[in-house]
Design a protein around this ligand. Structure first.
Ligand code: MN3
Length: 193
């Protein structure tokens, strides 16, 4: 199988109480795993796609191959956008870049929260680098900012499966919890790439 489910970067219970072990188990071992499985089935049937990496598929593929590849990519990036005992104020280069692009961390937080909470239907909220500025964007379904020439820095999954077990229909409560998990080290690593 060309694509493997990457392990979660922390134990299932490591993000509690913000995201429960049950949510992570379903989200990683059922949802994320299903995208990888379907991607392998699609790529296995198509000689033109064999040997391509996930980044290439996200940038080049269309239709169902794009959907599965981008969901595989987005979930791996989402796990790494969070960490146990994360959150708080940003530090290092990302802190300065946020101030430069949004005016303040509070202004960025407000913008990102509004994008994540206000996104209609399934999708993702992102902090991206676009040229020399940071921006908040949201994408529908499997959408990924790489297809718009933007560099992903952080993401929050706003598909219902990301929060329904813990928060039912209350997406804003999940987003509030997500802020306690933000992995600023990951953001700094992406910014410097
Ligand atoms: Mn998901």
């Amino acid at each position: 199988m060309p694509f493997q489910l990457p392990p979660l970067p922390y134990p299932h219970d490591a993000l509690a109480p913000h995201i429960s072990a049950e949510t992570l188990q379903f989200h990683h071992e059922k949802h994320h795993a299903a995208y990888i499985k379907k991607l392998n089935e699609l790529v296995g049937d198509d000689a033109a796609l064999a040997g391509k990496g996930l980044d290439d598929l996200v940038r080049q593929a269309r239709g169902t191959v794009f959907d599965q590849a981008a969901q595989a990519w987005n979930h791996d990036f989402y796990w790494r956008s969070m960490r146990p005992h994360g959150g708080g104020a940003p530090m290092g280069a990302i802190a300065a870049a946020i101030d430069r692009s949004f005016g303040s961390f509070a202004a960025f937080q407000e913008r990102f929260t509004a994008a994540a909470a206000g996104h209609f239907g399934s999708g993702w909220a992102w902090l991206v680098q676009d040229g020399d500025r940071l921006q908040v964007v949201d994408t529908h379904d499997a959408g990924n900012p790489l297809t718009r020439g933007q560099k992903p820095i952080l993401t929050c999954d706003v598909w219902e499966h990301a929060y329904y077990i813990d928060y039912r229909h209350e997406r804003p409560k999940y987003i509030e919890a997500w802020w306690n998990l933000v992995n600023w080290e990951h953001a700094n690593t992406q910014l410097s790439r």
